[in-house]
Design a protein around this ligand. Structure first.
Ligand code: SAH
Length: 487
């Protein structure tokens, strides 16, 4: 039987752009993805339509059992011939139990690869503006677990060597045992005035930091109710922290956007917002399914009207398949939108806007399947015509999984509706996450691009916080920059 292949992949600490190119490549091809709690859910958006997504969120009390169950799943999927990605937070080899997973695969002879990632201590420190080593402040660096297999959960380590021998110490999973850790460090000779910085949700818009010294940080953490996931960085390098790091200074830092989408692919605006520091989730996700056959002959028409750039691409592909030279067609081309007109021009042909449609004998309209539903509107516009469906656009349901995880983690504080259609689509889809317009308006600000989307949103029950004066990228960035967040 065809044996599968397993990739044990480091997802990086949070910012999705910190995954390696290799990790991203295998994620896009995977049949099954087993992902951890600390993996940024937005990475799941890279998976192919229909990929199976298995959440392996570990509950602290069921640690051991769960790990064995995960090993079993990897083995099962591997033996079933699947291409499997085991996506783990940070680097899989750093407190990631990758050794146990690799061992389980070795035992049954399933092939695997391990793909490293940026580990949380280095990612979080860098994004907090603190280098883990520095010529003047730290020449050695250690990564230590702050939680252990010992009955008390307190780490069993050589405290003497650590306290006096290492300049910069990063504790993982250490928040609960912080008082114990600091006590041990001081007891074994570390200067109580040594600076400490805690970085929670490092490299994400949720990133928060807390500063203190070995002597007082535990109390500060308790007062601030600071919790995991956080890295505790001990050492003089922590002095290099300024009020805000390069990352926290970004204009849209801290904005977690759910950006309504109505077509396939990333929107330019969303990409720009990400560059300015926002976490952007474009939702939902679409895929185009092309119509395979067309029984109509293109040569019989005087006019051909294209309803979307996809229809244009499909048409020229079909011409090629049927070995028809475009020069043999006598039809005049029309585009229902500027984008469609441009798409035709891309093939060195001209297309005209619909206003210029004249009376003709035979007219062909090519568009997505959704056009079929608009019979009355279409007949008014086109009169007698043939309709050819080039493609359909379908929603990829697995994005609802991403959406659910983001909502669970409170990582949506702003909803952007670029159109009335987006209001409709998002509202329909997000029902599967148990959300309504009312509940969404409570957890997030709602920003609409214009009066039409505002009207649609209000009608469905949203509380709209802002409607842009102009539907532009600049207006949106201004609105987001001035926004006072609910949370
Ligand atoms: N393999 C991971 C570590 C897993 S242990 C890695 O290489 O990073 C889980 C611990 O990692 C958490 O308890 C926390 O201490 C740390 N951690 C993971 N992601 C983090 C983040 N974004 N910010 C701060 N700490 C993080």
């Amino acid at each position: 039987m065809n044996k599968g292949y397993v990739y044990l992949v480091g997802a990086g600490p949070g910012d999705i752009r910190l995954i390696t190119v290799k990790g991203q490549q295998v994620l896009k091809q995977a049949d099954v993805v087993l992902y951890d709690r600390l993996v940024n859910p937005l990475l799941l958006e890279l998976t192919k339509p229909g990929a199976e997504l298995v959440y392996c969120g570990k509950l602290p009390d069921r640690h051991l059992l769960r790990q064995e169950a995960i090993n079993d799943l990897l083995v099962q999927y591997g033996l079933a011939g699947k291409k499997v990605v085991r996506l783990k937070g940070g680097d899989p080899s750093v407190f990631g139990r990758v050794g146990e997973e690799a061992e389980a695969l070795d035992a049954v002879g399933v092939d695997y690869e391990i793909i490293p990632g940026v580990t949380a201590s280095i990612g979080a420190s860098t994004y907090a503006g603190v280098p883990v080593t520095h010529r003047n402040y730290g020449a050695s660096f250690a990564m230590i677990t702050g939680h252990d297999k010992s009955p008390s959960g307190q780490p069993i380590i050589d405290w003497q060597a650590l306290a006096t021998g290492i300049d910069t110490i990063a504790f993982y999973m250490g928040v609960k045992n912080l008082a114990y850790i600091c006590e041990k460090l001081i007891e074994h000779g570390r200067d109580p005035k040594t600076p400490v910085i805690l970085i929670q949700w490092g490299t994400l818009g949720k990133q928060k930091t807390l500063e203190g010294t070995v002597a007082d940080i535990a109390e500060k953490v308790a007062t601030a109710k600071f919790s995991n996931p956080a890295i505790t960085l001990v050492g003089d390098v922590a002095k290099l922290r300024t009020k805000e790091s390069w990352f926290e200074r970004q204009p849209l830092f801290g904005k977690h956007l759910l950006f309504g989408r109505t077509s396939e692919g990333a929107s330019e605006i969303a990409t720009d917002l990400t560059k300015l520091g926002a976490d952007v989730f474009e939702y939902p996700r679409f895929q185009t399914i092309e119509e395979k056959e067309s029984e109509l002959s293109f040569s019989d028409y005087d006019q051909i009207v294209f309803h979307s750039p996809k229809s244009v691409a499909w048409f020229f592909e079909k011409l090629k398949e049927k070995r028809i030279d475009v020069r043999s067609l006598t039809a005049i081309f029309y585009g229902a939108s500027t984008k469609s007109i441009r798409a035709v021009e891309h093939y060195s042909c001209l297309a005209f806007p619909l206003e210029e449609l004249g009376q003709v004998e035979k007219r062909l309209v090519i568009g997505p399947v959704a056009l079929k539903d608009q019979i009355t509107k279409r007949s008014e516009l086109y009169g007698e015509h043939d309709l050819l469906v080039s493609h359909s656009v379908e929603i990829i349901e697995q994005s609802n999984r991403t959406c659910q995880r983001l909502l669970d983690e409170d990582r949506v504080n702003t909803i952007v509706f670029p159109s009335a259609e987006a209001v409709k689509v998002v509202t329909e889809q997000i029902k599967s996450c148990g959300e309504t317009p009312e509940s969404l308006s409570q957890r997030a600000d709602v920003i609409c691009f214009g009066p039409t989307s505002e009207k649609a949103a209000v009608e469905l029950g949203y509380k709209v916080s802002e409607t842009l004066a102009e539907p532009t990228r600049e207006a949106l960035i201004d609105a987001l920059s001035e926004q006072q967040l609910i949370q």
